[in-house]
Design a protein around this ligand. Structure first.
Ligand SMILES: Cc1cc2nc3c(=O)[nH]c(=O)nc-3n(C[C@H](O)[C@H](O)[C@H](O)COP(=O)(O)OP(=O)(O)OC[C@H]3O[C@@H](n4cnc5c(N)ncnc54)[C@H](O)[C@@H]3O)c2cc1C
Length: 336
């Protein structure tokens, strides 16, 4: 065995796949099963930071979002799964004249910062069709970088690809080779990070908008999926007692979504879900040598964008573990 990965969430499985793809023998160990943590959810928005005030984290996320389509296509071909990936774009309302001016500046910013590989443009709401958010200014931002992925289908796609390369995914087993800890918020808490687990609640509607863009309106993500569902999310809760229950906070999100988007008014809610996001001190991912596990590695802190960051994090971890090539951004290194 070349690499043992603890944790079968999006970080653990992505790293296992990146290593297996390069010919390494991998074993993923998770006593709770695939997608038992925050990765086993329903939202799956892969959306960029605003193209301004550029920094390393935004550049890293951009690279990961831009490589995602090919990365997921290769995984799907290797194992025969379908992650439900589509770069279907995103619409956001523009509230007023000041927001319109900001959106115009960001449109110029995107041309430079996104290197011509995606657009951030302003479109009249009247041209956007029925699946669009209300907009007081009459205009919307349309970006062509945002994508969607079905979280559970994505995990299944990776699991199939790993197994197709003779990798193991097991509930228990011994560590062998390099050991990667991708075990979610408990591990950050073990490292002394206060508030390492931020709970989120989300809901799934039965409504087929599979070819439509995702919407981001008033803090709410609405994400049409390939299986004829629309996910909405999410709450963000620092204080919680039960990681898996949903409550009135989710009811409020569902009501808000129904009010904003008429197509959802009569659509049935078919699932309510909650999970706990791993949040590091800096809110950025934490990757590299594990500060507590001798000669082990850590991949954690995906927080709200773990699915978007996973392809590049997986490739960088595979570079480090298999080739000794260290491409980890300074801001992502675990504190000593
Ligand atoms: C409501 C909600 C909505 C979200 N929406 C989005 C979104 O739209 N887009 C996006 O990109 N991200 C989103 N996220 C964030 C994303 O889900 C997380 O960043 C991501 O799932 C983190 O993945 P992970 O693999 O690090 O952790 P997890 O998925 O939590 O996986 C950790 C795994 O480790 C296992 N484990 C624990 N201890 C051990 C041990 N000792 N040995 C072995 N295994 C162990 C657990 O069983 C678990 O399966 C959302 C999260 C929530 C909660």
């Amino acid at each position: 065995m070349d690499v043992t990965i603890r944790g079968a969430g999006i970080f653990g499985l992505s790293i296992a796949w990146a290593c297996a793809r390069r010919g390494a023998k991998v074993r993923v160990i998770d006593p709770h099963g695939i997608g038992a943590g925050s990765s086993g959810g329903i939202v799956g928005a892969l959306s960029p930071h605003v193209p301004e005030n550029w920094n390393d984290k935004k550049a890293f996320q951009l690279e990961s979002l831009l490589m995602a389509e090919e990365w997921w296509t290769v995984a799907a071909q290797a194992g025969g799964g379908d992650p439900g990936y589509c770069r279907s774009g995103r619409l956001q309302p523009i509230a007023d004249a000041a927001a319109l001016e900001r959106a115009q500046a960001r449109s110029v910013g995107a041309e430079a910062l996104w290197d011509g590989r995606a657009r951030w443009s302003i479109v009249p709401r009247a041209d956007a069709g029925a699946w669009s958010p209300p907009s007081d200014s009459g205009y919307l931002i349309h970006d062509t970088l945002s994508a969607r992925i079905n979280p559970r289908a994505a995990l299944d796609c990776l699991a199939r690809a790993i197994r197709a390369r003779s990798g193991e995914i097991v509930a228990a087993g011994s560590d062998a080779g390099a050991v990667v800890w991708a075990t979610g918020y408990h591990d950050l808490a073990r490292m002394g990070v206060a508030g390492a687990g931020v709970k989120g609640q989300a809901a799934l509607f039965q409504l087929d908008q599979r070819d439509a863009p995702q919407l981001f309106v008033d803090g709410l993500h609405l994400v049409p999926h390939h299986d004829g569902t629309v996910a909405i999310g999410s709450t963000s809760e620092r204080d919680w007692s039960d990681p898996a229950t949903t409550d009135a906070q989710l009811d409020a999100l569902i009501d808000k979504a129904r009010q904003l988007i008429p197509a959802l008014a009569d659509a049935p809610v078919i699932e309510r879900w909650a999970g706990v996001r791993p949040r590091s001190r800096s809110r950025a991912p934490v990757i590299g040598p594990h500060p507590l596990e001798h000669r082990g590695y850590i991949a954690n802190g995906g927080f709200k964008i773990g699915f978007g960051m996973a392809p590049l994090i997986a490739d960088i971890m595979a570079d480090l573990i298999l080739d000794g090539r260290d491409r980890i951004p300074a801001d992502f290194r675990p504190a000593d």
